[in-house]
Design a binder for this molecule. Structure first.
Ligand code: IPE
Ligand code: IPE
Ligand code: MG
Length: 241
C-alpha cells in the first residue's frame, strides 16, 4: 500500500500505459479471456478518474496493437465490441468531467460500427481540456513512424518540404498526436519487460515502471506508486552538470 506523498507540482505531463495481463488474470480466476478484458475496462475507468483528479494532462492507453490481429477472431471481435460498449457507457460522464477522448492508430481494419462510436466520442469531446485520453487502437509504433515518413515523402514530392529542413521537431509533427510526442512515464503492468511496439518514438526518454500487477487489478494506489517512483528518478536527458 502506497503511503508516501507525491509532488503535485512535478507530475508527469504524459503517462502511457501498456495495459497487460487481462488473460492471466482471467486464468487465475477460472474465467474466460473475454471476462478478463471486461475486468480490464473497470481498471481503465479508475485510471482515467485518477489522472483527472491528480491533474495529469495526458494519458495514452494501449488497447489493441497491430499485432493483436493474430489472436482468435472471437477474442478480436469481443475486444472491439467491449471497447465500443465502454465508450457508449462512459461518454456522458467523460464529457461531463471535461475529458477529451482521442484514438490513435490505423483506422483501416477497425470494424465500422465500433469506429462510428469512436468518431462520435472524439467529435463530442474535442473541446474538453481537463485530461486528454488517447486510446491506441490498431496501433503500432513502427506503423506510426512509417505513416509519418510517408506523409513527409509526399510533402517532399509535392515540393512543400525541403529535405534539408527535416529535423526531429518537424518529423514529430507527423506523428498521430503531435502534441504528445514525448512520454514522461511509461507503465507496463503484469511484469513483462518489453515495449511490444508501443510509442517507439515517444518513449525515447520516458521513465519506465513495470509494476507486478495484472491490469484488471491496477488501482489508484498503483498509479500513485508509479508517479512516486517517477519523481524519485534523476532525468538527465544525456546531460551532466
Ligand atoms: C492485455 O491483456 C489486453 C490486450 C492486449 C488487448 P492480454 O490479453 O495481453 O493478457 P495476457 O498477456 O494474455 O495475460
Ligand atoms: C501489448 O500486449 C498490447 C496491448 C496491451 C494492447 P500484448 O500482450 O499483446 O504483448 P505481447 O504479445 O506480450 O508482447
Ligand atoms: Mg499480454
Amino acid at each position: 500500500m502506497f503511503d508516501g506523498t507525491i509532488d503535485k507540482n512535478r507530475l508527469p505531463r504524459h503517462i502511457a500505459i501498456i495495459m497487460d495481463g487481462n488473460g492471466r488474470w482471467a486464468k487465475r480466476q477460472h474465467k474466460t479471456r473475454i471476462q478478463g478484458h471486461e475486468a480490464g475496462s473497470r481498471a481503465v475507468r479508475e485510471v482515467i478518474e485518477s489522472c483527472r483528479k491528480l491533474g495529469v494532462p495526458a494519458l495514452s492507453l494501449y488497447a489493441f496493437s497491430t499485432e493483436n490481429w493474430r489472436r482468435s477472431k472471437t477474442e478480436v471481435n469481443a475486444l472491439f465490441h467491449l471497447l465500443s460498449k465502454y465508450i457508449r457507457r462512459e461518454i456522458d460522464e467523460l464529457h461531463a468531467n471535461n475529458v477529451r477522448v482521442r484514438f490513435m492508430g490505423r483506422t483501416d481494419r477497425i470494424p465500422k460500427a465500433a469506429w462510428a462510436d469512436f468518431v462520435a466520442a472524439m467529435e463530442r469531446t474535442k473541446d474538453n481540456t481537463a485530461l486528454d485520453v488517447c486510446i491506441a487502437l490498431n496501433y503500432g509504433g513502427r506503423a506510426e513512424i512509417v505513416d509519418a515518413a510517408r506523409q513527409i515523402a509526399e510533402a517532399v514530392k509535392a515540393g512543400t518540404l525541403d529535405p534539408a529542413q527535416l529535423d526531429e521537431a518537424a518529423f514529430a509533427k507527423h506523428l498521430y498526436i503531435p502534441e504528445y510526442s514525448e512520454v514522461d512515464l511509461l507503465i507496463r503492468t503484469s511484469g513483462e519487460l518489453r515495449l511490444s511496439n508501443f510509442m517507439l518514438w515517444q518513449v525515447s526518454y520516458a521513465e519506465i515502471t513495470v509494476p507486478d500487477v495484472l491490469w484488471p487489478d491496477f488501482s489508484h494506489q498503483h498509479l500513485l506508486e508509479a508517479i512516486a517512483a517517477y519523481q524519485q528518478r534523476d532525468r538527465r536527458f544525456g546531460g551532466r552538470p
